[in-house]
Design a protein around this ligand. Structure first.
Ligand SMILES: [Zn+2]
Ligand SMILES: [Zn+2]
Length: 172
């Protein structure tokens, strides 16, 4: 969805709409949309700078990177972005390194769909977990430890034994 900068009303633009993305569009390859992403966005132009503010919400299904169980991953992320015309890109490269995350638009247009998708991708964890302390899959029986199907007694060894091991090794 392209927004034409030269046709932007003076008071700016407010949009509320759903975006259909494919799982292929996402950085998290095992993610599946449970419902379309929704974005509330305000776009306005100040001089040559485009201000894009809003919120993206979505409900996705992720796969836990430890136990491989699908789990629901809700997204509600606010963003507040400023885009400069691409012509300034060449200049600012020489000027400073501080503006390294500065964003640019080109062709007097801004692709709102791409903006929303990028913001969505930024919310994803590098290693999705069904729960912060997910213990994953038992290396012995292959069952998910969380479900208590695993009855192996190879839990983490008692730290007191580690101390004893050191002690024994020192003696030898
Ligand atoms: Zn898990
Ligand atoms: Zn087990």
């Amino acid at each position: 969805m392209l927004i034409d900068i030269d046709r932007l009303p003076k008071e700016g633009l407010r949009l509320s709409r759903d975006f259909e993305f494919l799982s292929l569009d996402l950085v998290e390859e095992n993610a599946v949309f449970l419902e379309p992403a929704h974005a509330e966005v305000a776009v306005h132009l100040v001089g040559e700078e485009i201000f894009v503010q809003g919120e993206v919400t979505a409900r996705l299904s992720f796969v836990c990177s430890r136990c491989l169980t699908p789990f629901e991953f809700p997204v509600a992320s606010r963003f507040d972005l400023v885009y400069l015309p691409e012509e300034l890109d060449a200049l600012s490269e020489e000027l400073s390194d501080e503006k390294i995350d500065q964003m640019y638009y080109s062709g007097r247009q801004i692709d709102l769909r791409a903006v929303v998708l990028e913001q969505l991708n930024l919310t994803f964890p590098a290693k999705p977990l069904c729960a912060p302390g997910c213990e994953g899959i038992c290396a012995v029986c292959g069952e998910i430890i969380r479900d208590a199907k695993c009855s192996c007694l190879v839990k983490e060894s008692d730290p007191r034994w580690n101390k004893l091991k050191f002690y024994v090794r020192d003696k030898s």
